[in-house]
Design a protein around this ligand. Structure first.
Ligand code: GZL
Length: 329
């Protein structure tokens, strides 16, 4: 084969390889990577920390042009955001989905445009998992199991393991992976303990205001509970306000055991004071993790479909001012 013919062949091969790469590679050569991030809302301290983590990681100094849209907890706003990102020809879309279903068409549009989608925090339930590159977040069912295992031990420790235990399941946004997983865990545990009774289940939307109204109305109607299983700290803060107004004590030695998810600093301080019995950690700090996934994708590395982050839990016994002050959210 002549040298000239070899040279032509090499050039053709290079052109073929470049065109076979995803959109993002084309954008790597000296340009900012254009990222569209659809954040679901502003509903909680956790969400504010998640937004900060994501926008700090996907900043211009890190090599990104970030298009950020906040959906105010409405899926239709997120669907519009995805379509807008496709029209703007972004290199990658990051989606923090408000709930699990209803994404197939919008994700198919992104895929047809050659734009990879990374799902962050909650998950999507779609016909074809190839509609997104990967999902990174928490194992919410596992968080719930941590909580019910602690409750089982706590009731034995306090000699209440044979008593009837009335559980109020204060749920987050309906159909959100966090709500589904945490609810599944408490419902499984209640089925396994014949003296555990979930006597109330309400959707508090992960907000303080909604939770306050729900718990206030429940108490005013004569409702009682032994355990508040609150699926995020902001709903716990709302419930505490209702308990205070009703003269109901809570926390260590109180009328109501409080289990709360997220472990934001405000909740950890209350836990250290004994007002919350258990804080189950749910990390919002996905920015650096997502940035790492984008780099891995650009480098053509193999990426797992589902990535769950390691998380822990806190009680008054294992907390200190120092631990709380060192927390990033
Ligand atoms: C959990 C996240 C939940 C938090 C809430 O990863 O989706 O949404 O638990 C937040 O605080 O509103």
């Amino acid at each position: 084969m002549s040298a000239k013919y070899k040279k032509v062949l090499i050039i053709i091969l290079c052109v073929f390889m470049l065109s076979a790469c995803g959109k993002a590679e084309e954008s790597v050569e000296g340009k900012l990577i254009k990222v569209g991030f659809s954040q679901l809302g502003y509903e909680s301290d956790w969400r504010a920390a998640n937004t900060l983590s994501m926008t700090e990681a996907l900043s211009e100094e890190h090599g990104y042009e970030l298009l950020y849209e906040n959906a105010k907890q409405r899926q239709d706003n997120q669907l519009l955001a995805i379509r807008n990102f496709v029209l703007q020809n972004v290199d990658i879309i990051i989606l923090a989905p408000v709930s699990e279903t209803g994404w197939d068409n919008a994700l198919a549009e992104a895929r047809n445009a050659g734009i990879p989608v990374i799902i962050v925090d909650r998950e999507v339930d779609v016909e074809n998992e190839n509609l997104y590159l990967c999902a990174i977040g928490s194992d919410f069912f596992s968080e719930g199991i941590t909580a019910v295992n602690w409750l089982e031990e706590e009731l034995v420790k306090t000699g209440r393991d044979k008593e009837e235990i009335r559980i109020f399941n204060l749920k987050g946004t309906k159909g959100a992976t966090a709500e589904i997983g945490r609810t599944k865990a408490i419902e499984k545990a209640a089925a396994e303990h014949n003296n555990w009774n979930i006597n109330a289940e309400y959707f508090g939307e992960f907000t303080e205001a909604k939770a306050y109204e729900i718990v206030r109305d429940f108490l005013n109607s004569g409702g009682e509970m032994d355990v508040l299983y609150s699926q995020n700290d902001n709903m716990t803060f709302g419930a505490m306000k209702a308990f205070d107004e009703a003269g109901i004590s809570y926390g260590e030695g109180g009328d109501v055991i409080i289990i709360s998810f997220d472990a934001v600093q405000r909740a950890l301080s209350m836990c250290m004071e004994g007002k919350i019995n258990l804080c189950v950690e749910c990390s919002p700090l996905h920015g650096p993790r997502v940035e790492e996934l984008i780099r891995a994708y650009l480098d053509g590395e193999e990426i797992d479909k589902k990535i769950y982050v390691e998380e822990s839990f806190f009680t008054p016994e294992n907390l200190s001012e120092e631990i709380i002050s060192e927390r990033q959210y």
